[in-house]
Design a protein around this ligand. Structure first.
Ligand code: SAM
Length: 246
């Protein structure tokens, strides 16, 4: 029996949105090779009335509709066979980041619950206690685009998906920094030269230049990341100095 590949199970009102863009390029090739699998399950299949309704008006009034707890709960219950944590996509969740992508990629898969309208009735969240995750501080019209983005980030971390492991190790966020800038041929283009250290063939100089560029980009573009990185770096240096003084 072959091992089950890393599997994304998506509970959605729009199953045709999957795999969508993930059928192309790196994720698409990996999907064809069986390195991961995606199964979109229609929440509407769990509707019980003759109109197949999945939503209703909000108690307390207000605009929009709310996804019914009984229908969503039945969809979640029917997905109990699927591997990985249950994740509800919502702007109220913890922000998605590279560390969470790595955590999910290291497991057997992930189960996404995609909201539509104003979202799902709070009682089903209280009962099922999914991990609530946001793609960012903006409002999408549904959880599906967020699931696609998060899946892309996970799939490229799966073993065998990317060519050179090196290209993953040096990427933005892997070491708490944004990545350094890249250059390719021609060495001079429209009067702009490639930075000299990159042409030197001297690995230590290239590494030092890239590290300095990564630090500068992080410091100027993302002060939030920079202060975390600088604090961690200072702690390591202090521990080193204390060790040397002993
Ligand atoms: N009324 C909700 C609010 O203000 O927080 C927004 C509902 S939104 C129109 C419909 C669905 O899209 C949500 O239930 C959620 O599943 C998804 N969604 C919207 N923005 C998202 C985000 N930033 N991250 C993850 N999912 C999001």
């Amino acid at each position: 029996m072959t091992a089950r590949p890393w599997t994304a199970t998506v509970l959605t009102l729009f199953p045709d949105m999957f795999p969508g863009p993930l059928a192309h390029s790196i994720a698409g090739k990996a999907l064809e090779r069986g390195l991961w699998a995606v199964e979109a399950r229609d929440i509407r299949a769990h509707a019980t009335d003759r109109h197949q309704s999945v939503d209703d008006t909000p108690f307390g009034g207000g605009a929009g509709m709310v996804m019914r707890p009984d229908v969503v709960d039945a969809a979640v219950a029917a997905s109990a066979d699927a591997p990985g944590p249950l994740v509800y996509l919502t702007p109220r969740g913890r922000p998605f980041d590279q560390a969470l992508a790595a955590e999910w990629a290291a497991g057997p898969g992930v189960r996404f619950l995609c909201g539509r309208y104003e979202g799902v009735d709070q009682r089903v969240l209280d009962k099922r206690r999914p991990v609530e995750v946001s793609l960012g501080d903006f409002v999408l019209s549904g959880g599906e685009p967020a699931a696609l983005v998060m899946l892309d980030a996970c799939v490229r971390l799966l073993p065998g998906v990317m060519g050179a492991a090196q290209s993953l190790a040096e990427e933005s966020f892997e070491n708490g920094l944004l990545e350094y800038p890249h250059y390719t041929r021609p060495a001079e283009w429209e009067g702009r030269d490639v930075p000299e250290p990159l042409l030197s063939g001297h690995h230590a100089r290239i590494d030092a230049w890239r590290r300095a560029q990564a630090e500068e980009a992080t410091r100027t573009r993302r002060p939030d990341l920079w202060s975390r990185y600088a604090a961690a770096r200072d702690e390591v240096n202090m521990a080193r100095n204390e060790g040397a003084a002993r």
